[in-house]
Ligand binder design. Sequence first.
Ligand code: SAM
Length: 233
Amino acid sequence: MTGTLYGVGVGPGDPELITLKALRILRAAPVLAYPAPETGDSFARIIAAPHLPAGQIEISIRMPFVTERFPVQEVYDRAAEEIGGHLAAGRDVAVLCEGDPFFYGSFMHMWRRLESDFPVEVVPGVTGMSGCWTRANVPITWGNDTLAVLPGTLDEQQLVDRLRETDAAVIMKVGRNLGKVRRAIETAGLLSRAVYVERGTMENERVLPLADCHDATGAYFAMVLIPGQGRRL
Ligand SMILES: C[S@@+](CC[C@H](N)C(=O)[O-])C[C@H]1O[C@@H](n2cnc3c(N)ncnc32)[C@H](O)[C@@H]1O
């Protein structure tokens, strides 16, 4: 009997936003794996930490948050091999994922490598964006509003074009792209509605109008919200 690979969404940061199903699996799995920066602690593990029993085997999948020119594939290949070894030996492995695993989650790299050989179960999580718009007190879509989720890694003109055709937007992966994202939002005429959220639901959260945020770069966990203005009864 092989073990099961679990992709466990641990939510946006507040440890109380973990689902009951995630909690059960986190506590029972003999092996945990999680993405982590080159040095320092894993955010996903920090979120889950208050719930973890002692004595689990832990695998850190370490890579820099800026991954250009870094052998990312090799890191994922090696991690998949290590995780696959535990699964083949009959041990369940829970891979922790900030937010939801199937929403820009690094878990998908493990899923793609292992899902044809082992049973997999994915546990959805509260996404970073729903944590952020809740903490920012910004209802994101009303009535017939459409919502675009845009990675800040798109070209400036692509961002402007997509922003012009949607009612509401969430711009993810803001970090080093903050300047470009701000310019695109200004060009699309949306600056007055844009809200910047850093580390939403985490301890050192920051929420402010984008117009008042003069930082050159954003935090790794940062996004911009542009709420819709649809029909309100
Ligand atoms: C690799 S994606 C992971 C998304 C995650 N799986 C989710 O469901 O939200 C990382 C990006 O998510 C956004 N993000 C996720 N959680 C966040 C939070 N708590 N506060 C601010 N931004 C967050 C940031 O834009 C960050 O660059």
